[in-house]
Design a protein around this ligand. Structure first.
Ligand code: SF4
Length: 162
């Protein structure tokens, strides 16, 4: 728990490489730790845990089905409607997030409602961490690694982006 950046920093101090890449399994996945690695000039490669089974089993959309548009600062839902930024919020552990949501009228007659909203919820709400771009860059990096390597952690430098 919260050991990704401290452990990689120790390795970095010993090895002193120019371009240090750190590898870890999903047990180390923590977005704040990924940010801490970047701040220490470490490029982390951490296996990303699977989405919670409850959401998946219910067959509903999850975060990856909503596209973030940086220029407009909105998300686009699978039906093409926008979730706009409504307010900023600070979570109990200090993470600053922005809350985005649809217009109720957009979701009211949506044919995808059952795949998207839970019972008695009439609009879609999402939150985005202020450093979410770091999380997305990490995800993109991980997607370039062959799946067999991610699962087995049989990684070598040949699999890592320069
Ligand atoms: S229910 Fe709302 S957020 Fe979900 S797909 Fe439909 S319009 Fe988009």
């Amino acid at each position: 728990m919260n050991q990704l950046a401290p452990m990689l920093k120790k390795a970095q101090d010993i090895l002193e490489p120019d371009n240090f890449k750190g590898l870890a399994d999903a047990g180390y996945y923590n977005t704040q730790q990924i940010k801490a690695c970047e701040e220490q000039n470490i490029t982390p490669y951490v296996a990303i845990p699977k989405a919670p089974k409850t959401t998946k089993n219910q067959g509903r959309f999850n975060e990856k089905d909503f596209v973030f548009n940086a220029e407009q600062n909105t998300y686009t839902c699978p039906q093409g409607h926008h979730l706009t930024a409504r307010k900023n919020s600070v979570q109990s552990h200090g993470r600053k997030v922005t809350i985005y949501r649809t217009q109720t009228s957009d979701c009211k007659n949506c044919p995808l409602q059952a795949q998207c909203l839970t019972e008695k919820v009439w609009y879609k709400k999402m939150q985005r961490w202020e450093h979410q771009d770091i999380v997305e860059a990490h995800k993109e990096r991980m997607q370039k690694i062959p799946r067999s390597c991610v699962n087995g952690l049989h990684w070598s430098n040949t699999h890592l982006a320069p």
